[in-house]
Design a protein around this ligand. Sequence first.
Ligand SMILES: Cc1cc2nc3c(=O)[nH]c(=O)nc-3n(C[C@H](O)[C@H](O)[C@H](O)COP(=O)(O)OP(=O)(O)OC[C@H]3O[C@@H](n4cnc5c(N)ncnc54)[C@H](O)[C@@H]3O)c2cc1C
Length: 403
Amino acid sequence: MDKKVIIVGGGPAGLFSAYLLLKAGFAVDLFDHSSGLAKKFLIAGNGGLNLTHSEDVDTFSKRYGKDEVLFLRLLKEFSPQDLRNWLNDIGTETFVGSSGRVFPVEMSAGKVLIQWTELLKSYEGFNLYLKHRLVAINSDKVLTFEKEGTDPFTTQADFVILALGGASWRKTGSDGLWKDLLENQGVLVKDFLPMNCGFEVSWSDYFKEKIDRAPIKHVEIHFQGKSAKGDLMLTPYGIEGGLVYALSSLIRDHFLQEGSAQIEIDLLPALSKETIIERLKKKNKKTSLSNFLRKSLKLDQHTFTLVKEVVRNLDEPKVIAASLKRLQINVSGIRPIDEAISTSGGVCFTQLTDSFEFKEIQGLYAVGEMLDYEAPTGGYLLQGCFSSAFVACQDIEKKQNLS
Ligand SMILES: Cc1cc2nc3c(=O)[nH]c(=O)nc-3n(C[C@H](O)[C@H](O)[C@H](O)COP(=O)(O)OP(=O)(O)OC[C@H]3O[C@@H](n4cnc5c(N)ncnc54)[C@H](O)[C@@H]3O)c2cc1C
């Protein structure tokens, strides 16, 4: 154990790096400015902790959009199956859900984290420094840390991994303030934007009060030629949920460019417009429209309230059918970055080698969500953290073996 690696950031990317390097015989000093490790990972666990996805790597890599080729390489180095094998080795059994998503059997991020940290602590060379904030870094990889109540101090190592996360959910420690530290060293860091985020819609006061928070299930949204199926959530401020997140980067970019964005929702994707019109023709005058739609088309009350909010004159069968098949919702804003599940932006890949080492600062690496990539929810975010950490650690091992 003659070499030390400093890792800054104790989220999944930093913790996995620590494990790989300890196993390879390095001593590891892990710093994080939070009072606890992997706070965002724990929050992710509240929604079921979707660790990765079971689809083949060719399909998987397409989820990273512009970075598909780069991620195909990464996923071949450390695949979703490799991740599952590793989790299994450390005592976290996983299963594939009906959607192909992979979850821990025990469904508890807390338990996974305990297993993980116990493992790290079992290595003699592991030192953990919580409540230590990285406040400066120079071109010789001299790192300056601040801890409340003590003087700032500097430290250094041949290899340093930065795993500082994105810029949402500040309370988890991922504040994105590291951007300035790297820019001071001439590193190109793309501005952060919300990703997997909700959108604002100017609902009427009546609608806000009536709806509060209501799910709209099994619908399909369309935007600029792309579509996604699933559930969305109506809120007093707009729309949220996995379905919206799936198209969120497209909607966000369009809104930022044009100042507006119109989403279309197919509320009855299983029925054609013609079938709906035929059924609507059978409505008699005594039955109210809401009752008829509920009985003949299984449209729930929230969905009917949504249609009424958007289309005021629901009398003609053709108009009703068109509204149910293509309800047009105008986005009036993007929800704040702090609420987003992830962020796009971060360290540009042009600044890094294929192994995520900074081209201009040898021995310094960046991994995980602090890199400028974006992906939808579905386990793609965490897999990106694990795969990028794996590749960086392999490179460090290789360099150490050569020296
Ligand atoms: C509500 C929610 C649900 C999610 N669900 C899923 C999911 O189901 N599946 C999925 O794949 N992904 C999910 N994600 C995303 C996933 O949690 C993140 O992509 C992942 O945590 C990123 O890991 P990371 O290690 O790169 O960064 P982070 O987890 O953000 O960790 C970065 C660490 O760096 C520390 N740090 C930052 N700046 C400094 C500094 N200057 N000095 C010292 N320490 C610093 C922070 O305190 C933090 O501990 C979810 C996210 C949220 C918010």
